[in-house]
Design a protein around this ligand. Structure first.
Ligand SMILES: Cc1cc2nc3c(=O)[nH]c(=O)nc-3n(C[C@H](O)[C@H](O)[C@H](O)COP(=O)(O)O)c2cc1C
Length: 373
């Protein structure tokens, strides 16, 4: 069985679409299929002009001399075609829509009744295939895909081009943050299972669909706050100028006085405001939460707002980023005894939320007194 995947994200192989596609294709290969991927962003695919030459003057052949005829050949050789696109404006990306429009030469112009609907028969005997739709959305609510699901439900043409299932991943940007890969693995496992099922039984099972219709974001409001904090880290003002991530009056934490010397993570965090560099922060507004485990468990956070930094004990309601670390690991990273990046890569501590803030950590806390006394 041949499975052809069309990646319609303008972000190509670096996209969330590609993460989902690769999980799906690995399942298809496990079940014995041959797989191939076409990244539409790497090809020259022009818009359909609506001239219908492919139905009249040159049957089956488009007026455009670009890369699409080669893709159509690949589609004709495939048993399953995967249409993978990010959700753009509640629909497909323009790139994917162009690709689908350019599949017109595969249809015969005859208008025939097909159940309650009308459609066009396949031009070629080998032009029948099953298809799977894979999409991901920036918003965390699964209802974001209602329009896309309705559209593809209508394009389901029974045996000629049957819809074998749709994978609609809400909060898709969580897929490409390496620090939270473990948190999204349950979803990717279900996508791989779907790939196996499409090859083995021709469709995605109801059990797998039940999982695939869940949002990646368990806490949708928390996800929205993290995304907002991400945009704010570029200096973007939120509507109304409010910033839940840094608003010290709202968070309910207890201020911590700077410790004389550092022997615990609490001491360390109490001294972060003293080493804070307002120059490096520019107009950053953020809340950094520390979730410290093992020897001296504790929850602390620092807020950064208007060029000032303050330290608190407690749990911030909408942190921009959360560092989950055993006490000794964070003490060693802060003193330089442990390389922060290497410790992160080897899983000695975890980060959730806006990881890019962590990358700014050293410069944000590079001024004033040294971190460790
Ligand atoms: C032009 C544009 C339109 C978008 N429209 C929507 C939308 O309607 N709903 C949504 O949830 N996300 C929307 N997004 C966000 C993308 O779906 C999201 O960033 C997705 O993870 C991108 O996937 P990719 O990395 O595979 O390209 C849009 C993004 C762009 C650039």
């Amino acid at each position: 069985m041949n499975v052809l995947a069309l990646n319609g994200s303008p972000r190509g192989i670096g996209s969330n679409t590609e993460v989902l596609l690769q999980a799906f294709l690995s399942g298809a290969r496990d079940a014995g299929a041959e797989t191939d991927t076409v990244v539409l962003a790497d090809l020259d695919i022009r818009h359909c002009t609506g001239c219908f030459s492919c139905w009249t003057r040159t049957p089956g052949v488009c007026i455009h001399d670009d890369d699409m005829p080669k893709v159509l050949e690949q589609i004709r050789r495939s048993d399953v075609v995967v249409i993978a696109s990010p959700l753009y404006g509640n629909m497909l990306s323009g790139l994917m829509k162009d690709g689908i429009d350019r599949m017109l030469p595969l249809s015969h112009p005859a208008m025939v009744k097909d159940g309650e609907q009308y459609g066009h028969p396949a031009r070629y005997d080998d032009g029948t295939f099953r298809y799977v739709v894979i999409s991901n959305a920036g918003f965390p609510n699964p209802g974001s895909f209602d329009g896309l699901k309705a559209t593809f439900g209508q394009m389901d043409r029974g045996p000629r081009s049957a819809l074998a299932g749709m994978i609609c991943c809400a909060a898709g940007p969580m897929l490409s943050a390496p620090a939270i890969r473990e948190q999204v693995q349950w979803y990717l496992d279900a996508v791989t299972q779907a790939g196996r099922e499409v090859v083995e039984v021709g469709r995605i099972s109801d059990e797998a669909m039940e999982i695939l219709d869940r949002s990646l974001a368990g806490d949708m409001d928390g996800y929205a706050n993290t995304v907002n904090a991400y945009w704010q880290s570029f200096g973007v003002d939120m509507p109304g100028g409010n910033d839940a991530s840094a608003d010290a009056a709202e968070h309910g934490g207890t201020p911590i006085d700077p410790a004389e010397t550092v022997s615990t993570v609490r001491d360390l965090i109490s001294r972060l405001p003293a080493s804070f560099s307002s120059e490096a922060a520019e107009d950053l507004r953020a809340a950094l939460q520390f979730d410290i485990a093992d020897e001296e468990p504790g929850r602390y956070f620092v807020t950064i707002e208007d060029g000032r930094c303050a330290a608190f004990e407690g749990i911030h309601p909408a942190p921009s980023v959360t560092i989950h670390a055993p006490a000794q690991v964070w003490l060693d990273v802060s003193s330089g005894a442990l390389d922060g990046a290497a410790a992160f890569m080897s899983g000695q501590y975890r980060v959730t939320g806006n990881v890019s803030l962590l990358m700014r950590f050293a410069s944000l806390f590079s001024g004033g007194e040294p971190l460790q006394g």
